[in-house]
Ligand binder design. Sequence first.
Ligand code: GLO
Ligand code: MG
Length: 344
Amino acid sequence: MSQSYRFSIGPWNISEGRDPYGPETRAPQAMATKLAQFKKGGFDAVMFHDDDVVPNIDDKNSAQVLKEARELRKQAEGEGLAIEMVAPRLWFSPQTIDGGFTSNRASDREYALKRSLQTIDIAAEMGTDLLVLWLAREGTYVRESKSAARSLQYLVDAVDKMLAHSPSIRIAIEPKPNEPVDVAYLPTPGHVLAFSHLTAAPNRVGCVIETAHCILAGLDPVDEIEFALAQNKLWSLHLNDQNGLKFDQDKPFGSSNLRTAFGQVMAIERHHFGAKDGSCIAFDTHAFRTSEVKNGLDHAINSRKTFLRLLEKARSFNQSLADQLIAARDYQALDQLVLDHLLG
Ligand code: GLO
Ligand code: MG
């Protein structure tokens, strides 16, 4: 029987259209309105930032934070949605303008750790063992401002404290080479997986791979996905697309690089991504600035549709013919076999 996949989505994926050069183009939607759209759109689970769960999180005490987490869990489950993961949104606060874990100020580093430990408590309250760390500001704008070796040690120390805080938490780090920082400390899946082996529990440190982030690093997302899957270290996926080395575009899956999207689906299917542990496929995509509120989730719905169509293509691909062409080293014919299959 064919494997079925679980799809997830974040409330931030219904966004207001703001960019660095202009304000919002759509009115903000309430969490309840967003959750109500997700199941209908074909999604099984939700990803949350800690401050999606608890707005103004820094103004609230621990009991209040956990109470709001329980309430939102109930609300999501009431809509038929599981909670995939929780992530500390460290890049918004005034204490992390120089990075959190790698900031040059000890008080900022303490803040980042405290918030991450609290996010682990939120995750437990919401019934997930997956903490995602997108290390948005852990890097530099000025090379001489920090040391890479010292920053690496700061990151190991922080992750070790998170692992010690909960014996069951799994930490999935989402690498991205740049934006918002000029140069990030864990820019690629290779860096993340090497990093995992420096921590106290390498079996509980893995990665999230996002298509666009691989392209921004000049890497092929297909190979990056397979690299992590081969090591059982891919615990979530952010499928989207990106047109070359520009600003982070979060375009719908397959919309710029259809053949690479096919390759990603082939890798996912070949390695049975999520079959054992229920890992989700998320579409970390955004509406175009011109989209109206009523079409504000179409980018993700369309991404899922494209994924499912490419899944049919992956399942109907003539692999035995491909294998014969590979054995004969007739890569020209193999290339055309893929194109004909996609076009056919
Ligand atoms: C931005 C990231 C971001 C994360 C999300 C989860 O480039 O892709 O969307 O995936 O905040 O931590
Ligand atoms: Mg992402």
